[in-house]
Design a protein around this ligand. Structure first.
Ligand code: NAG
Ligand code: NAG
Length: 174
């Protein structure tokens, strides 16, 4: 598992060095899962085409039972071939631990969330006390991210129970 992860990271880094095509969001879908039990509420989740090949993602989910002491995230990446198929990447990680600025272990999820970090309020340690999680105007930077798969799914869990599902789809544009 660990070596697969490093291989994927290497593949992503190699892609970066020969990134000649743009990568842009094509769709985003967000939902509160039935199991959220009043803990979350999506306020918005949308893409905005700012200019050709520059598409910004914004989303806000309100957290209605604070503080949140336990947050885990599953990140799955899909490839497209006769519909969406699971890619080699599917991992569950401790979101609180990842956001704890004191720990800086290299991992694929670190790579992904570092990219989003400046456009979000995710950089919090736990217990999480702010009443929302927000991403504002996040566009994929083709010089930083050129991922070899066209879809990612983030499932957020609190206390081991799945609460929200966020699906993002992207494509390479010439
Ligand atoms: C996140 O927070 C930590 C600790 O406060 C800080 O060291 C780090 O620079 C922050 N990272 C970003 C991307 O803002
Ligand atoms: C979060 O909650 C789940 C379910 O109760 C538990 O399995 C997990 O160990 C908890 N994580 C932390 C960091 O406490």
């Amino acid at each position: 598992m660990r070596s697969n992860l490093m291989l994927l990271l290497l593949a992503v880094l190699l892609q970066i060095t020969r990134a000649t095509r743009l990568l842009k969001f094509t769709n985003v879908k967000c939902q509160d899962l039935p199991t959220t039990a009043g803990l979350t509420r999506y306020d918005y989740c949308r893409l905005k085409v700012v200019r050709r090949n520059h598409v910004e993602l914004s989303l806000k989910v309100s957290l209605l039972q604070l503080p949140v002491r336990n947050l885990t995230t599953r990140l799955q990446c899909f490839q497209r071939r006769d519909g969406y198929r699971p890619f080699m990447y599917n991992v569950l990680f401790d979101f609180c631990k990842l956001m704890d600025g004191r720990r800086r272990e290299l991992s694929f999820e670190r790579f992904v969330f570092d990219a989003i970090s400046k456009h979000s309020n995710f950089n919090h340690s736990c217990p999480w006390k702010e009443n929302h999680m927000t991403v504002e105007k996040f566009a994929l930077d083709p010089t930083l991210i050129n991922v070899p798969f066209p879809a990612g799914v983030f499932t957020f869990y609190a206390y081991g129970i799945p609460r929200t599902l966020t699906q993002v789809f992207f494509e390479k544009a010439d």
